[in-house]
Design a protein around this ligand. Structure first.
Ligand code: GMT
Length: 378
């Protein structure tokens, strides 16, 4: 296809939407497109090597003392408008309706150029902010003024139409992972480095430790598991509920069994030494970490909510449980950990599913086709 100049706005920090936006930008650049990230910081997945046709334009937020709240969104709009003109962008692909679609729409007005805008919805702007009456009209505006809107799961597309009360067609494009990074790695020695024995079951949870991730459910499920298995829990990530997690671990005599590793760069290695992932969130539009786990051959025990069932296949690549049912999650984890054959079968099925349904090249092509269609629209 014709080479495009694409502006991307996203949250550049650790988090699924930023990861997907950055990986997409890298893939588009490798296909010869010119990619312009317009963000407050260099996206954290962009620091692994030099990408000659990727540009970074920093949004600098004005700290003028009169502003009680620094106007990030206005600074972002202004920077996007500048980049539209100076780099003659063909289209904007923004991640999150609020704020990025709104910033893009304002930038389009400011630039005076009728540039096309694609908005990808990732979840929390809809499933959390969509309940906020003061924000719902703004989210609806961002969606309806975008030329094409995509969501990362069918469930999120459905919830958006319902919650935001819009008839705007929303296309589902699944997330993907970089298969060069996420695959089962040979990490036998790593277990020993973390003081884990050959016979320990390694359970992993990765998140931003926000309340929606239900970290207490993860810990209580683990507490049930550890009563009948020699198991260790790896907690990866950082966030507001980490202190209460730490307190629970200390108060329940789990300090030797729970390793809190904070944010980590080489997650594929940590996944590869794990036997099972727990993802017991109450909201999850997709669950990128579940896909990362499956790509490393790790079965996932997850809640049957949001977009998770579109990623984790119940009784094939893991198990789905009802929200808050820690007994169910623990029983399923224990039965899987006790059955080597089944775990190997789940591992094969997980690797297969990633290839069949979440192939990065296929998904990037889906985005390219949508760009083409959008640019043809009058
Ligand atoms: O909740 C998070 O983990 C962060 C959030 C984000 O914006 O990065 O994740 C959302 O987008 C991810 C990428 O599309 C999805 O995999 C997550 O499921 C989604 N989080 C929620 O829906 C809560």
């Amino acid at each position: 296809m014709e080479k495009l100049r694409i502006g991307i706005s996203c949250y550049p920090t650790v988090g699924g939407s930023g990861v997907v936006a950055t990986e997409l930008g890298k893939q588009l650049a490798s296909r010869g497109h010119e990619v312009h990230f317009i963000t407050t910081e260099i996206p954290f997945r962009l620091d692994d090597k030099v990408y000659p046709n990727i540009f970074f334009h920093q949004v600098e937020v004005n700290q003028y003392a009169v502003f009680k709240h620094p106007p990030h969104d206005l600074s972002a709009a202004s920077k996007i408008a500048e980049v539209i003109l100076t780099h003659d962008l063909d289209l904007l692909h923004v991640h999150y309706a609020v704020p990025h679609a709104i910033c893009a729409i304002l930038a389009r007005e400011m630039s005076g150029k009728d540039i096309k805008i694609m908005t990808t919805l990732h979840g929390t702007d809809i499933t959390v902010l969509g309940f906020e009456p003061s924000l719902r009209p703004l989210i609806r505006y961002g969606i309806e003024q975008s030329d094409i809107v995509t969501a990362v799961s069918y469930d999120l597309a459905r919830q958006t139409n319902e919650l935001v009360r819009t008839d705007k067609p929303i296309q589902t494009v699944y997330n993907f992972i970089d298969e060069q990074v996420y695959y089962p790695k040979q990490v036998e020695q790593l277990r020993a480095c973390y003081g884990l024995s050959e016979t320990d079951d390694i359970i992993i949870h990765i998140s931003n430790f926000r309340p929606v991730k239900r970290i207490m459910d993860v810990l209580k499920t683990f507490q049930l598991i550890v009563k009948s298995r020699d198991a260790k829990l790896l907690l990866i990530g950082n966030g507001p509920e980490l202190p209460i997690a730490r307190q629970f671990v200390e108060e329940n005599d789990l300090t030797n069994d729970v390793l809190m590793l904070g944010n980590q760069k080489h997650v594929a290695e940590l996944l590869s030494m794990s036997d099972l992932m727990l993802l017991l969130s109450e909201k999850e539009s997709f669950g990128l970490v579940a896909l990362e786990a499956m790509a490393c051959g790790v079965p996932v025990i997850a809640t049957n909510i949001g977009g998770i069932p579109e990623v984790v296949e119940d009784e094939e690549t893991g198990y789905l449980c009802s929200l808050g049912n820690i007994e169910e999650a623990a029983a399923k984890a224990i039965s899987l950990l006790a059955d080597d054959q089944k775990r190997q079968a789940f591992k094969r099925a997980a690797l297969n599913r990633v290839k069949q349904s979440f192939d990065s090249q296929h998904i990037v092509s889906q985005y390219e086709h949508l760009y083409e269609a959008m640019l043809k629209e009058e």
